[in-house]
Each structure stands twice: as structure tokens, then as C-alpha cells.
Design a protein around this ligand. Structure first.
Ligand SMILES: Nc1ncnc2c1ncn2[C@@H]1O[C@H](COP(=O)(O)OP(=O)(O)OP(=O)(O)O)[C@@H](O)[C@H]1O
Ligand SMILES: [Mg+2]
Length: 247
């Protein structure tokens, strides 16, 4: 379980998070929605120490990691929480296989043969079997997303954080990625926190959905009950209307 409590984060005078709180339960898929620039990426990056909050706390499986050093995040948090970056973020100068191998080398204790098996398994799970020796630039956008998901699952994480996994993909590829997220959750039991603008996909694969607005999570509900919420900001958001900040 990941518990985010009363998180505050400002950049200069801009207060991005102002008391955001959220709990990711074991085994669930939870999607955070919210308009562009509201601080969704800042929120999930705070979990793995890529952003240092000003105050508040992040607790993972009962351990408060908020003030962990970079070293402790590397050793104690990042091995079991993987992050799928908004842009994919594979190294262009390395093959897909080498990219995944890099993530595996950070997690000590696997020899070369075990790493090779992991790379093959992970690529097969995302339906990209056999692309180890191909360079990222030779892949299509959808394949690239799947390759970055393969890298994220190679370390067999307990938690997966996805920052906009379907943004920029056509509806068919978005479906493929959504089904993949669901499969990894159901088959490997990976608890998943997703940032998304894809309302239909969210409704289909998520267990719960939360809205980040004005620096706070203003509503959390069952994804199947998204259409029946008594909250104007949420309803306007999921129906695609413009939402203005109060602050
Ligand atoms: N490292 C940083 N330094 C300074 N400002 C930052 C930094 N990271 C984020 N911000 C600011 O924090 C705000 C929230 O950014 P964030 O990337 O979290 O938005 P978002 O909700 O993920 O948006 P999008 O949907 O477009 O990805 C923005 O105003 C952004 O400029
Ligand atoms: Mg973002």
C-alpha cells in the first residue's frame, strides 16, 4: 500500500500541490485525472523521490520514505516500484535489450543469463518478443510505449506508476496499452497507479479514479460509478468541459 498524505510542493511562487492525499491499495488499478499542468506528474514523481515535497509524507508498505536519501531510494524503493515515464524515455543509443538490461543491472543479484531470460520474458509479456536487438528509433510509438513498459516490469516490481501511458496514441493502440496494464495487474498482481486523460480507458480498466484539482485530490470514487458523481468539477472534467482554478 502506498499512502500519500498532505503533500505540499511549490516551485518558486507557484504552489502546485497544496495538501494532496491519496492511497494506492494492494492489487488495485487507481487512475489520477486532472487538467494539464495541475501537478499530476509532480505527485507521482514524489513517490519515488524524483521530486522532493516541501511537506507531507509518502509511506510505502508502512515505511515512511519521504526523507530518504537518493541512495536509499535507489536501494530500497526503486527496485520494487517502476515508473513508466510520460515520454517513454529509452536511451536511443542502446538496443531495446540493452535498455532493459540497464534496469536489471541496477537491481543487483542477477547474472547475465538470468538477465537475458528476464529481458526475453518481459518483451514477450508486452507482445514484443524478439525485438531485443532493435534500436528504439526503429520502433513505432505504440511499440516504444510497450518497450518502456517491458523495461518497467523486468525488475518484477510490486508497484507500477504510469505517467500518461496512452497519450499521443491512436484509439486502437490506446486500447492495446490499456489491456496490457490490466493484464499485468491481473496476471502479475502489480498494483498500478496511472496518470491519464483517457476517460473511456480509465472507466474500463481502473478500479478507482481520483481527481487532482487545485493542488488537492478533491474526489475519489469507484471507476464504475464515474458517471454518477455529485461533483461539478469532476463531471465537467470527464465530460470534456473547461475547468478553471479557484486560486
Ligand atoms: N522540476 C520542476 N521545476 C519547476 N517547475 C516544475 C517542475 N516540475 C513541474 N513544475 C511545474 O509544476 C506544475 C505541474 O507540473 P506537472 O508536470 O506535474 O503537470 P501535469 O499535471 O503532469 O501536466 P500534464 O498533464 O501536462 O503532464 C507546472 O506548472 C510545472 O511547470
Ligand atoms: Mg504530466
Amino acid at each position: 500500500m502506498i499512502e500519500i498524505r498532505d503533500l505540499h510542493k511549490s516551485f518558486g511562487k507557484v504552489k502546485v500541490l497544496r495538501g494532496a492525499g491519496l492511497t494506492l491499495l494492494d492489487g488495485e488499478i487507481l487512475t489520477v485525472i486532472g487538467k494539464s499542468g495541475v501537478g499530476k506528474s509532480v505527485l507521482i514523481k514524489s513517490i519515488i523521490g524524483l521530486i522532493e515535497p516541501d511537506s507531507g509524507s509518502v509511506t510505502i508498505d508502512g515505511v515512511d520514505v519521504t526523507n530518504f536519501s537518493e541512495n536509499r531510494f535507489n536501494e530500497e524503493v526503486r527496485p520494487y516500484i517502476s515508473f513508466v515515464f510520460q515520454g517513454g524515455a529509452l536511451w536511443d543509443s542502446m538496443t531495446v535489450g540493452a535498455n532493459i538490461d540497464l534496469a536489471l543491472k541496477i537491481q543487483k543479484g542477477l547474472d547475465e543469463r538470468e538477465r537475458k531470460t528476464r529481458i526475453e520474458e518481459s518483451l514477450r509479456l508486452v507482445d514484443l518478443g524478439g525485438v531485443e536487438d532493435i534500436y528504439p528509433e526503429e520502433l513505432s510509438g505504440g511499440m516504444l510505449k510497450r518497450a518502456s513498459i517491458a523495461r518497467a516490469i523486468a525488475t518484477r516490481p510490486k508497484y507500477l506508476l504510469y505517467d500518461e501511458p496512452t497519450t499521443g496514441l491512436d484509439p486502437i493502440l490506446s486500447n492495446v496499452i490499456n489491456e496490457l496494464i490490466l493484464k499485468l495487474n491481473r496476471e502479475l498482481g502489480i498494483s498500478s497507479l496511472i496518470i491519464s486523460h483517457d476517460i473511456t480507458g480509465t472507466e474500463r480498466i481502473s478500479d478507482r479514479v481520483a481527481l487532482l484539482h487545485d493542488g488537492k485530490i478533491v474526489l475519489t470514487c469507484d471507476a464504475r460509478e464515474m458517471r454518477y458523481q455529485d461533483n461539478d468539477i469532476f463531471n465537467e472534467f470527464i465530460n470534456g468541459k473547461v475547468v478553471y482554478d479557484e486560486g
